[in-house]
Design a protein around this ligand. Structure first.
Ligand code: MN
Length: 720
């Protein structure tokens, strides 16, 4: 051991193995980690880092960092070996011989990422970003090793020249910290941020650190007192718990100061985290705390019911605590805490070591997690220059994201500035292409509306609708733009095939029929024979262009089974009071247009207004500009016994006052007249009659009865 290394991170293999034993039991796996250490040790023998220590301490520290986020044995081994291919006399073949293909592939991935010639010149940097990000999406463990590598390099950054320090710090802040954030690895993210700030803006960093230090004793006392109060409160109600004071990261304080807040105003300086055993206890604890301490309005967030896309779950609230101090309080279970700190890595440790059914929702959150990778992969498939690619990734994937929700509570991550169209395309291209309107937090919004964090977005579609070129100016994401452009370059046949495929898949999913099973060769043949087409694409085409129906096609194969359990289709009226049902939407503001006054039974169509819900018109109303994107399918609710105000024009053959006669005829039919006035008077007259009818049937009968009066020449419905 070199004498210089003593003052440095002087760790031993035992330190790593002690951590490993905490969560890895498999002896073979442990043996491989040890073997990786010895292999790396012999390969790096005689090498030293710029800081003066023996080189092996670097991969050892990387491995140690990996154990703190519960990385698996292959990741830890790759961490130990990560610089061996690069810096030592070792070939991939030799490594594969010793450690097999998986670990070797991880090391190769890390090497590939490290192998880029750094330069502040744009092109290199850009290429570097791209490779990091795309490389990452092949196996996430590559980037986790890279993050640990970068973290240790940042910890030892003092050893390199100042200008290089700043370059590294910038990269860490711009690329690595956001990636750690997206993987939910808070531990690594916050340390990277603090270290970066220390080198980028040392004066700010030390200023904040000093302020924190100065106020530390006072803050510690208040936090301690508050902690005692909460402990008493929870003990009283027999809720087992653990309370942690939270160390605030200097970087997040800097960020808030940078946004113009005063040091003394930053709430989360006083922060507590309460850990309990169950989700239910989280809410119980919240209730108890709110009943004792007044919450600050609008600061409560429920990330348990609606987890962040990086899997983070917790309740957040800010309360007026003791002595009027504001406390930011986080309440979560121990498991949620582990996920919050260790992100995707915690997911592995739960999955592999603690039994999988214990925390089933972690599995589904991994899917949300994948959104991040999916976005990047989507982007990398798009035809873009490297520069566009990197800007898109930075702009749309890594930074400034907002989280919006589907009405079912699924989270969609979008760049700031995204519109409902971006949201729709993100759900599915098909949804995007057939979008006709959007409802955000129960209000109809235009398609170029700028979505905000936590918006609940419902997309209305119409299966016959298609994108408009104007949309290109109404979207934020380049992926959306590309998808819209692609639509216009596709042939009509392609579009129909795609539509048909989408409809078929959707219906099969609905009926819980496995897609691949349905599309067995013999089934395809049977369908082709029946509907007289040649191949699968033709089947899609027939569905897409309406020559065959989805159910017709499915029934060719599944007819027999269809009959057996008679499906009880429950039709629940969405809302008893509503007289209009807007397809697929509950509780939307609906008005009957007062230009054409539709009544029950009329053929109608909904028109999406700007900011005033849906207005229902008669289908032939001349006011209805048939802008397809702005209309929506609506139908009458059969359950109401409501009466509808309508307006008819009664033309008479003379100029005698017939008001009373008309009222009499109408009233005799049990129709209420709301008003009648003569609107033209000459040789003949016209009366405008407003009255309430139960529907089109009654209105028709009323017309027939009126026409029995000889003085009436004709009746028409008013259309203004
Ligand atoms: Mn390294």
């Amino acid at each position: 051991m070199s004498s210089l290394s003593k003052k440095l991170d002087d760790i031993k293999l035992e330190d790593i193995m002690e951590k490993v034993h905490n969560y890895i039991e498999d002896e073979e796996q442990i043996r491989i980690i040890e073997k990786a250490y010895h292999f790396a040790f012999s390969k790096h023998n005689g090498q030293f880092r710029k800081s003066g220590e023996a080189y092996i301490y670097h991969p050892m520290n990387v491995a140690l960092i990996l154990t703190t986020i519960y990385a698996d044995y292959e990741t830890i081994s790759a961490g130990l070996l990560h610089d061996v291919l690069e810096d030592c006399d070792c070939t991939p073949e030799e490594m594969e011989e010793e450690f097999g293909p998986v670990i070797t592939k991880l090391v190769k991935g890390v090497t590939k990422l490290s192998n880029i010639n750094f330069s502040t010149e744009n092109e290199y940097l850009i290429d570097y970003y791209k490779k990091i990000i795309v490389g990452m999406s092949e196996d996430v463990r590559v980037i986790i090793v890279k993050l640990a590598d970068r973290l240790h390099n940042m910890r030892t950054l003092w050893a390199i020249p100042e200008d290089r320090q700043k370059v590294k710090a910038h990269e860490s802040l711009d690329i690595f910290a956001p990636i750690a954030h997206h993987l939910g690895i808070h531990k690594i993210k916050s340390e990277l941020e603090d270290l970066s700030l220390r080198y980028l803006k040392p004066d700010v960093f030390y200023d904040i650190a000093e302020k924190l230090n100065k106020t530390k004793i006072e803050r510690d006392r208040i936090v301690y007192d508050m902690q005692t109060e909460i402990t008493d409160l929870l003990n009283e109600h027999h809720i087992p718990h653990e309370i942690k004071g939270r160390a605030k990261c200097i970087y997040s304080i800097y960020n808030k100061l940078d946004k113009g807040k005063k040091f003394s105003d930053i709430y989360d300086l006083l922060a507590l985290r309460i850990l309990v055993n169950t989700e239910q206890e989280c809410y119980l604890t919240l209730g108890l705390i709110h009943s004792k301490f007044r919450p600050l309005p609008k600061r409560f967030k429920d990330y348990i019911a609606m987890p962040k896309p990086n899997m983070y779950q917790s309740l957040h609230t800010t309360i007026f605590g003791i002595d009027g101090y504001l406390f930011e309080i986080q309440i979560r279970t121990h498991e949620m805490d582990e996920v919050a700190e260790n992100g995707i890595a915690a997911h592995w440790s739960y999955k592999e070591n603690k039994g999988s059914n214990k925390n089933a929702n972690l599995t589904s959150t991994t899917e949300q997690k994948l959104q991040f990778f999916k976005s990047i992969i989507d982007l990398s498939h798009d035809k873009m220059t490297s520069e566009e690619f990197v800007n898109s990734v930075k702009d749309e994937v890594l930074n400034n994201n907002i989280y919006c929700f589907t009405p079912k509570g699924d989270v969609m991550e979008l760049p700031r500035g995204a519109t409902p169209l971006d949201f729709a395309y993100k759900i599915h291209t098909r949804v995007g292409e057939t979008t006709v309107g959007a409802i955000v937090n129960n209000n109809i919004v235009p398609l170029d509306y700028e979505l905000k964090d936590n918006d609940i977005v419902k997309i209305n579609t119409n299966k016959n609708s298609t994108p408009s070129k104007e949309w290109l100016n109404m979207v934020k994401c380049s992926t959306t733009k590309n998808k819209i452009r692609a639509f216009f370059t596709r042939s009509e046949r392609d579009i129909y095939i795609e539509r048909g495929k989408y409809s078929l898949e959707k219906e099969l999913r609905k009926r819980k029929i496995v897609f691949s099973e349905f599309l067995q060769d013999e089934n395809i043949k049977k369908i082709c024979d029946t509907i007289k087409v040649d191949d699968l694409d033709d089947i899609y085409l027939s569905i897409g262009n309406g020559k065959a129906t989805v159910n017709g096609v499915i029934n060719i194969i599944y007819k027999e089974e269809e009959k057996t359990p008679p499906k009880v289709v429950k039709v629940t009226p969405k809302n008893k009071d509503a007289d209009i049902i807007v397809s697929g939407i509950d509780k939307v503001k609906v008005n009957l247009a007062n230009c054409c006054n539709p009544v029950y039974g009329d053929e109608i169509v909904g028109y999406i207004t700007r900011g005033n819900g849906i207005t229902v018109h008669r289908i032939h109303c001349h006011n209805l500009e048939m802008l397809e994107e702005r209309t929506v399918d609506v139908s009458w609710n059969d359950n109401t016994d409501k009466r509808y105000l309508t307006c008819i024009l009664v033309h008479t053959i003379d100029n005698v006052n017939h008001v009373l006669d008309i009222i009499q005829t109408i009233s005799s039919m049990n129709v209420n007249v709301d008003g009648i006035k003569m609107i033209s008077h000459g040789d003949t007259s016209t009366y405008e009659v407003n009255c309430y009818v139960t529907g089109i049937d009654q209105l028709n009968k009323m017309s027939v009865n009126l026409l029995k009066n000889k003085f009436i020449e004709k009746i028409e419905r008013a259309m203004r």
